[in-house]
Design a protein around this ligand. Structure first.
Ligand code: AOF
Ligand code: ZN
Length: 349
């Protein structure tokens, strides 16, 4: 069926632009239980109409694009549909996209990457058997990258866990007197907000919730909409002060368990596929000890602050040979980059 991954030769520049538009639309989707998927319809006269999937239970990207095309009276019988994921062939929360495509009389479909969900996969074959021209592999790597953490999460049936550490050069998150604000630079904090904007939920322990009164939302120059904010999660049994930001946020989820695996099960059941753990040291230690940290963003500030609070607490490691080894990750960006005076280190585990 059509092109092999990476074989861009059989696609025109206009087709490449259409898939790029579909990828752009996919990024407008809502993170969470379903992957990010976008679609673009390219008409015979070069017009592009996009659509995207807005989260579990809402129309799939193909259906969204077809609806818009119908509203605009576009002739679909001479158009090509570009979609970032293989169209689904299953009856899930919505009907099969293969059926919607066939009913719309679209003659030609290009998808970027296959669907890793065995329940939904096989749409390409179904469409080809129905007589449509089906090609795949256009911008496949971009589509895979968009959902790499989601794919790993569904394969392991737990949220993909990113851990954030912001520390001094001597590995501390607070000085001896407890002062801890602004160890890292404004540039680091801006980057941390970009990371927050990409996750489904952000978790801290009750210790951090009480000490810092964090909001656990994504703020930045571009901001993100209120409905699209990650879900704040607090791990632990202590009560939050009633006037704290987290207690006042109706979206906050408090998990009154000390068991990391049980917490992850609850979050997965609640639709969380990508979790950012922001500490403090006890919670970070618990996640590392449970072996469930998948990646680490370490913001390393050029400060020495003396005997304070170590960034990761309670690891049961007594000798060097038991050290937990992280792997520098150069795949998305450089493993080491500069954020103002700080260094951002990116690792997988
Ligand atoms: C598509 N187009 O836009 C998306 C697809 O039960 P549902 O309706 O929520 O289906 C979820 C599954 O469908 C999801 O796990 C993935 O395999 C596929 N997502 N497929 O054709 C889309 N979002
Ligand atoms: Zn679908």
């Amino acid at each position: 069926m059509g092109a092999q991954p990476g074989d861009a030769a059989e696609f025109t520049d206009l087709e490449s632009a259409a898939m790029t538009a579909a990828l752009g639309a996919a990024r407008e989707g809502v993170r969470g239980a379903n992957p990010l998927v976008g679609a673009a319809i390219l008409t015979a006269d070069g017009q592009i109409v996009t659509g995207h999937h807005g989260g579990a239970g809402t129309p799939h990207a193909e259906v969204d694009a077809i609806t818009t095309a119908h509203d605009l009276d576009i002739d679909l019988t001479t158009s090509t549909l570009f979609v970032t994921l293989e169209p689904c062939a299953h009856h899930g929360r919505t009907g099969p996209c293969t059926e919607a495509i066939i009913n719309a009389a679209i003659p030609s479909v290009v998808f970027a990457s296959p669907d890793s969900n065995p329940l939904a996969a096989g749409g390409g074959k179904t469409l080809a058997e129905a007589g449509l021209t089906v090609r795949s592999g256009l911008h496949e790597e971009d589509s895979r990258a968009l959902n790499a953490r989601w794919v790993r999460s569904t394969a392991e049936a737990r949220p993909f866990v990113s851990a954030k550490i912001a520390q001094s050069l001597d590995g501390a998150v607070a000085a001896a007197d407890g002062t801890s604000q602004w160890i890292t630079s404004a540039e680091s904090r801006a980057h941390a907000h970009e990371v927050r904007a990409r996750v489904d939920a952000i978790l801290v322990g009750t210790g951090t919730a009480v000490a810092d009164d964090p909001r656990l939302n994504a703020r930045g120059p571009d901001g993100i909409s209120l409905d699209d904010q990650p879900r704040p999660v607090v791990l632990g049994t202590s009560e939050l002060p009633v006037t704290s930001f987290l207690a006042l946020n109706p979206n906050t989820l408090q998990l009154r368990t000390h068991d990391v695996r049980a917490a992850l099960d609850e979050l997965y059941a609640a639709g969380v596929r990508h979790l950012l753990v922001e500490g403090g040291p006890t919670v970070l230690g618990a996640f590392f000890s449970a072996g469930v940290v998948d990646e680490v963003f370490c913001y390393q500030a050029p400060l020495l602050i003396g005997p304070g609070r170590s960034s990761v607490d309670g690891l049961d490691i007594g000798t060097l040979s038991e050290a937990l080894q992280l792997i520098p990750d150069d795949t998305e960006t450089q493993a080491v980059s500069r954020l103002g005076p700080d260094f951002l280190l990116h690792f997988t585990t």
